[in-house]
Design a protein around this ligand. Structure first.
Ligand SMILES: [Zn+2]
Length: 177
């Protein structure tokens, strides 16, 4: 992980609270993805940020973007796009777990922030832009599923990938309370 750090020296900024500096660029992060969508290994995260010094840290605002690829959850076609996320994060000498990032001496490391922002921005349920004309179950007919331990009879084995869609829809068979 340390090889992926993007350390910025903010010594000059820290000397003058309220001062700002723009920071733009690209940074590679490996294994950046979810089971549903991911940033291609060859792609980089792009950023356009303003660093502003506080009396006891830094605030980083701006945008972070990255290309992604995945499979449409309905027709399984390969799809992709670009996520653009606005950020406003604080780097502090006394970081709070899950809320602020550490200010390490005179430097901040942007890589952990990029990773978190991009992972949160990736689509959990990517669908193709065909919308209603997405071929939907087209491919499922050609796919044979293996159910662990033996083939269940009478009921069509469900692709675990549908579980994500189930989360989004009410279940008619769910008991009501
Ligand atoms: Zn589709």
């Amino acid at each position: 992980m340390s090889g992926e750090a993007l350390l910025l020296d903010v010594r000059e900024l820290l000397r003058r609270p309220g001062e700002r500096r723009r920071q733009t660029g690209e940074h590679h992060l490996s294994d950046l993805g979810l089971s549903t969508a991911r940033v291609p290994a060859t792609a980089a995260v792009s950023f356009d940020l303003i660093l502003e010094s506080l009396t006891d840290g830094m605030v980083v605002t701006g945008s972070v973007s990255a290309p992604w690829v995945g499979e449409c959850r309905r027709c399984l076609e390969e799809i992709g796009g670009t996520i653009v996320e606005n950020v406003r994060e604080v780097f502090s000498e006394r970081p709070i777990e899950g809320e602020t990032y550490p200010l390490e001496g005179h430097a901040i490391d942007l890589a952990p922030m990029f990773r978190e922002v991009v992972l949160l921005g990736l689509p959990m349920v990517p669908v193709c832009d065909l919308g209603p004309s997405c071929p939907n179950l087209r491919r499922f007919a050609d796919v044979t599923f293996e159910v662990g331990g033996g083939q269940a009879s009478g009921e069509t084995p469900r692709d675990p990938r549908w579980a994500a869609l189930d989360e989004l829809h009410f279940r008619p068979d769910a008991p009501e309370h």
